[in-house]
Design a binder for this molecule. Structure first.
Ligand SMILES: Nc1ncnc2c1ncn2[C@@H]1O[C@H](COP(=O)(O)OP(=O)(O)OP(=O)(O)O)[C@@H](O)[C@H]1O
Ligand SMILES: [Mg+2]
Length: 475
């Protein structure tokens, strides 16, 4: 490398805010940035006299991301704790020369302050909830009137709604967590309505439903002539379409890794560059994301970027499953009943003895399952009284009622096989039910409707079980 090149490199390392570490193929530290010396609590000279193996053994940094790269030969990222008690995200890349590992360059970012902030926020949140409970603010009648069409009778859902209402005026990213059908999309819309961008668009993207090959052009848009078949004049992507409003990324866990990297850049720079373009365009939107997956687990398995995880996990809001807030069931039923009666111009009512079953059922598909059940029961009621069939007796209902026996859950009545775990039995049952629905004239939308889960969930489950709509299931 020429002198000028090494001077440039030296300046980059010396002035970077991030902590840089360069080690050779044996783990000997070759160079570190001054910022790294500060966070690891050792002078630059001392660090350059040692190895990452020794640093890990002494607890200066743990675990060492460079060692991970030396072991695997592949880029790696992980959470580190330093000897000075800081928590950092460390990312490292191998450098090969002549096909052999020559060095590992790692970069880390200090997250301690962010984490302290999050803990402080959680503490304030708890205090705020206590305060609300004591002062009865959550019981004010005006609060419900603002909730448009959402039922929040249970205390836990009132708190969810209050939290959303409080963060609505800010720009903070909200992460909606919860099982399928609990209302993540519905509450994300409510958050948008409460916020200052309510007059702007609410752009919903089902990350699980866009084919990977189309993802980048859909999300980031493209320039005129970017690829054959590109629309003349180019096209704005979904991110640009959210300008002045809210971008809601549902099933964010399904984002391909390449798109995750680009999305992170969009969030950091507040600008987006269309495919085939070089000019970044400024974008201004509020980001809300949702998932029913364990994102932290996906980070561990390398399917989700740790840095993006930290970016989106600013205000996590968990919507509990319906079986944990049964007080909401009557109100949800009433709302849906009113809607159905209005739509069909009737005045049907629920039979009194159905309530007990509705309250006792576990509703694995949550509010969506409840709505679908009621619509079927409404349509099949011969007179004005909805007696319904208990949810368990509907074909496709795959989970036993509350307190029931899981063995009854298998659709073929077979139950658990010898030595089979409950998890394996449920997966087999799920696959059997899905395979049954995959006929030639079916579609993922029809299956979603039929099973009371979202279409992206169907896409994800089919992929997981190696099934395809319209194709004969491989056995
Ligand atoms: N508290 C509520 N009050 C009234 N309706 C609700 C409530 N929660 C959910 N719903 C309704 O239940 C249905 C399912 O909710 P939604 O689509 O928001 O679930 P989700 O958590 O986004 O599901 P998925 O993970 O499958 O995307 C929608 O029709 C929604 O309007
Ligand atoms: Mg949704």
């Amino acid at each position: 490398m020429g002198d000028i090149d090494s001077d440039i490199l030296r300046t980059i390392i010396d002035t970077a805010h991030d902590h840089f570490f360069v080690v050779d193929a044996d783990g000997r530290v070759r160079d570190v940035s001054p910022a790294a010396a500060a966070v690891y609590g050792m002078s630059r000279e001392d660090l350059c006299r040692t190895t990452v193996q020794a640093l890990e053994a002494q607890g200066v940094l743990r675990p060492s991301v460079s060692l991970e790269v030396m072991r695997s030969g592949k880029p790696a990222q992980l959470m580190q704790v330093t000897g000075t008690g800081r928590r950092v995200i460390a990312q490292a890349h191998p450098v090969f020369r002549g096909g052999k590992l020559a060095a590992v360059v790692s970069r880390s970012m200090d997250l301690t302050d962010l984490q302290l902030l999050q803990e402080e926020y959680a503490l304030l949140q708890r205090r705020f909830s206590d305060h609300l409970r004591r002062s009865g603010i959550a019981d004010e009648p005006g609060f419900e009137a603002e909730l448009d069409d959402l039922e929040v009778r249970s205390e836990v859902m009132r708190e969810v709604a209050l939290l959303l209402q409080r963060v609505a005026p800010t720009d903070a990213t909200v992460l909606m967590l919860g099982e399928s059908g609990v209302g993540k999309t519905a509450f994300a819309r409510q958050l948008h309505r409460w916020g200052p961008r309510h007059a702007g668009p609410f752009i919903e993207v089902n990350c699980g439903a866009i084919p990977e090959s189309l993802f980048e052009s859909e999300m980031f848009g493209y320039r005129h002539g970017a690829f054959s078949g590109a629309a003349p004049g180019g096209k704005a992507g979904l991110i640009e379409q959210a300008e002045g409003g809210t971008l809601f990324l549902d099933e964010i866990g399904e984002l391909p890794l390449a798109v995750q990297a680009k999305l992170l850049k969009v969030i950091q720079d507040s600008s987006v560059t269309r495919l085939g373009d070089t000019r970044p365009r400024r974008v201004d939107f509020r980001l809300v994301v949702a998932t029913n997956q364990d994102l932290a687990h996906r980070v561990e398995t390398g399917e989700f970027r740790l840095d993006l995880y930290y970016r989106v996990n600013v205000i996590p809001v968990t919507l509990p499953p319906l079986r944990e807030r049964r007080e909401d069931i009557p109100g949800l039923v009433e709302r849906q009943l009113k809607r159905l009666n209005g739509r069909y111009g009737c005045d049907k009512i629920m039979a009194r003895d159905v309530w007990q079953q509705l309250m006792g059922w576990d509703w694995p598909g949550n509010v969506r399952e409840l709505e679908n059940w009621l619509e079927r029961a409404w349509l099949s009621a011969a007179d004005d009284v909805i007696r319904g069939d208990t949810p368990a007796r509907y074909p496709g209902a795959s989970v036993a009622p509350a307190g029931g026996d899981a063995r009854r859950a298998a659709p073929d009545g077979e139950g658990l096989r010898d030595d089979e775990s409950l998890k394996a039995a449920l997966a087999r049952t799920e696959r059997a039910i899905l395979a049954e629905q995959c006929g030639e004239r079916s579609s993922t939308y029809a299956i979603a409707e039929r099973l009371g889960i979202s279409q992206p969930s169907v896409v994800r489950k089919l992929r997981r079980h190696g099934l395809r709509v319209g194709a004969k299931a491989p056995s």
